[in-house]
Write a protein that binds this ligand. Structure first.
Ligand code: PSU
Ligand code: MN
Length: 289
């Protein structure tokens, strides 16, 4: 694969699905700008990942980002349809799985996102397991995330990560976080309280295995949603959102933003910012000689 790579170490990859499909349209461009500023302020270099007219790019230029923001439709790309998007010359928004694939191809080892895809509820009738999980078994990238969205089966997703042999570590937490909530009933494999030891582990483990690592960074305390309120919004959103498959996550997120009058969106933005900051700190620490 010929990836257009504009990457300067220490680099942090950022995904375009979060920008283009994860937040309402007016929030997209400001979020992209803000994430890039956060990474730069911490003396690391942001690399937005996406596909423009069939060309995979790590480090989108401003013009390329604008092309995607202005396009009427940008296909959500996971590892199953990325090749088809390239073949057909389409625009593609990269999810966690394809951002990892392209970042790895460009030699980028850190990536900040919001939440991983995972195991959807209702496994018995409609098995839907995100391609994000398997990507960790193939691409050597450490992904800073606030866990998996609490609208998925959080504990089941944690089990699957274990089954797939994927290391899951926590930054200043023992618990596997659930996106809008700092905690879930599941745990991480190890807790790190300082940057240097975590950066050393990531460096050694990426090199040792050639596979990915989940770095859990819970939503900041001040931005966490009240648990009972969250469960009420989720129940309402689920009842009103019939979509399944690739569209399910964006539709449910949109419904939640609406029902909560923006509270879930604010929480989402807060945790993504915090993840971008941590990923930049880790990239910088890992790049030290
Ligand atoms: N995190 C967010 N918003 C998002 C996503 C993650 O805060 O929109 C996206 C990511 O791109 C993730 C994708 O890879 O949702 C998972 O989609 P699916 O369940 O269809 O694999
Ligand atoms: Mn899915």
């Amino acid at each position: 694969m010929r990836v257009t790579s504009r990457v300067y170490s220490p680099a942090v990859a950022l995904e375009t699905t979060l920008i283009l499909h994860g937040v309402p349209k007016p929030a997209a461009a400001p979020l992209a700008a803000e994430l890039r500023d956060i990474v730069r302020a911490r003396r690391a270099n942001p690399a937005l990942v996406g596909v423009v007219a069939g060309q995979p790019i790590v480090g989108l230029s401003d013009a390329e980002l604008l092309t995607l923001l202005d396009a009427p439709a940008v296909t959500k790309a996971n590892t199953s349809n990325l090749g088809l998007i390239l073949h057909q010359g389409l625009h593609g928004a990269t999810t966690v799985s394809t951002t990892m694939e392209l970042a790895a191809a460009a030699g980028v080892r850190l990536f900040a996102t919001g939440g991983l895809g995972g195991l959807h509820k209702g496994l018995a009738t409609h098995p839907d397991i995100s391609a994000d999980l398997a990507a960790f078994t193939r691409f050597p990238v450490a992904v800073v995330t606030s866990g998996v969205k609490s609208l998925l089966d959080v504990e089941g997703t944690r089990e699957l990560l274990e089954t797939l042999g994927i290391p899951v570590v926590g930054f200043r937490t023992d618990r596997f976080p659930a996106f809008y909530l700092r905690d879930s009933d599941a745990k991480v494999d190890a807790r790190f309280d300082d940057l240097a030891p975590l950066a050393a582990f990531l460096d050694a483990e990426l090199t040792r295995t050639g596979r990915g690592i989940v770095v859990c960074n819970p939503i900041p305390h001040a931005d966490e949603l009240p648990k009972a309120q969250w469960h009420a919004w989720l129940a309402q959103a689920e009842a009103q959102t019939p979509a399944q498959g690739r569209d399910a996550t964006p539709q449910l997120l949109g419904k939640l933003h609406e029902l909560s009058a923006g509270a879930t969106l604010r929480a989402n933005l807060a945790l993504v910012r915090s993840n971008a900051a941590l990923a930049a700190d880790l990239a910088r620490t890992m790049a030290k000689p």
